[in-house]
Design a protein around this ligand. Structure first.
Ligand SMILES: [Zn+2]
Length: 434
């Protein structure tokens, strides 16, 4: 590690001359001759894919969710840091989709369309060396998370109601269940819980106030007076999920006929990592419950980066189209994650969608996640909820701007992006205002 720049002197730079010594080294030269980039031969890759017959009717309304965050850090020590977070849910119907130019959409046409069809959420967290009157940063962030959800005037607290709907299983009124046990944010060792529908409660061990959002476990990532950047990315991921399920809950409670014509798209995998995966169990149970009740919910996640996307680039060229490949547990572990086929099934605790490689036509291939309800380590096409209607909808929402791109995802990305506008500079000015 080089020395960091200080107030008076610049930081240490890595020496470029050092590269020459490495390349001249005989051992390095011998090893480099043995290293080959991985390739999958055409026969092996073509055999993975199953041809698809697309038969269902397309879904007429598409919801898409995305989020972004930006860490704004002062350039001088002690590098005070704040995180700005934004999420957005976008609604598009087939009429709107048919009237967008798929190659070069006009920015004003997009703006007019998005004005009435996008919901936004934004908040800011203090991360390091920022004071919050009379509170530790730890408690301040806990409270900001709670109020950002509960007192969100613009969204009428709907994402918060969705969190309660998920964790208290409100989609099944007969259940009336409290929260599963979680770690008290104050005494840290007691197993705490809250009774059905509660917003706050007292820890049975230390008596201090716990917030509903404490059950998610953000405090497990934080120290008393600083928080890592991952608190911002975790909040964004949770909020995206809540935005998506706010749309689902709205129609589930109000009009299931409309729900039967909606596709919900999340940018990124249908998974929730680490301690936050407590949401995965109830989400799977709801999806299973809705499917069994004859009201399947059509959801996909699209992975545009990561190991599964990289694997797609290895196997797509020789695939027929339209075709799909649904990897089983052994394939995922051995061929995609490059690890032994041992241990718990892949995604058992964290995923609520199965991985699906799709090639719709010679130009458009993608990795999507489709829920199966109950976790299935070796899913088949028949396990993927609403797969035929999802397949019929995808060709209607393809974008021609990028390979494998979906227009609603591209547009939600534009709405949720913090880096393009209002621009990180404005956020910085705001953060530095005395
Ligand atoms: Zn406690």
């Amino acid at each position: 590690m080089p020395f960091q720049p200080g107030r008076r002197l610049p930081g240490e730079r890595a020496s470029k001359i050092g590269h020459l010594e490495v390349l001249d080294n005989p051992l390095v030269q011998t090893l480099c001759r043995q290293l080959k980039d991985r390739q999958v031969d055409s026969v092996t890759s073509a055999a993975l894919w199953d041809p698809l017959a697309i038969s269902g009717g397309p879904l007429s309304i598409v919801f898409s969710v995305d989020g972004s965050y930006q860490i704004i850090q002062n350039e001088m020590p002690p590098y005070c840091a704040r995180a700005f977070i934004k999420t957005a849910l976008l609604r598009l119907d087939q009429y709107a989709l048919q009237h967008i130019d798929r190659e070069t959409p006009h920015p004003f046409a997009l703006r007019d369309m998005l004005k009435d069809s996008a919901m936004h959420h934004a908040t800011v967290f203090p991360l390091r060396h920022v004071e919050v009157a009379g509170k530790t940063l730890y408690d301040a962030i806990r409270e900001i998370i709670f109020t950002s959800l509960k007192d969100d005037v613009l969204l009428e607290s709907q994402p918060y109601e969705t969190l309660k709907w998920i964790v208290y299983h409100k989609w099944n009124p007969a259940a009336q269940r409290g929260l599963p046990e979680f770690e008290c944010p104050h005494c840290r060792w007691s197993r705490a819980t809250l009774p059905y529908d509660a917003d706050t409660g007292a820890c049975a061990e230390c008596g201090k106030t716990m917030l509903l959002t404490d059950m998610l476990g953000f405090h497990q990532e934080m120290a008393e007076d600083s928080a890592p950047d991952t608190v911002a990315s975790s909040y964004m991921a949770i909020h995206e999920t809540l935005m998506l399920f706010t749309g689902i809950r709205y129609f589930w409670e109000g009009n299931r006929q409309i729900l039967a014509n909606c596709l919900f798209i999340k940018d990124g995998p249908l998974s929730i990592r680490a301690q936050y995966s407590k949401l995965v169990g109830p989400i799977r149970q709801f999806i299973e419950h809705a499917n069994a009740a004859g009201s399947p919910v059509y959801i996909i996640g699209q992975e545009k980066s990561g190991t599964f996307f990289d694997h797609l680039t290895l196997i797509r060229d020789h695939a027929p189209s339209p075709a799909c490949f649904i990897p089983d547990d052994a394939y995922i572990k051995q061929q995609i994650q490059n690890r032994p086929n041992q241990g718990a099934p892949y995604g058992l605790d964290t995923n609520y969608g199965a991985k699906v490689f799709l090639k719709l036509n010679p130009y458009h291939s993608m990795v999507i996640n489709v829920p199966t309800g109950t976790h299935r380590p070796n899913p088949t096409a028949a396990d993927l909820i609403g797969f035929d209607r999802i397949l019929a909808t995808l060709p209607t929402i393809l974008s021609n701007r990028y390979e494998g791109a979906l227009m609603p995802v591209e547009m939600a990305n534009g709405v949720a992006s913090l880096s393009t506008y209002p621009s990180a500079r404005i956020l910085r000015m705001f953060a530095e205002r005395p």
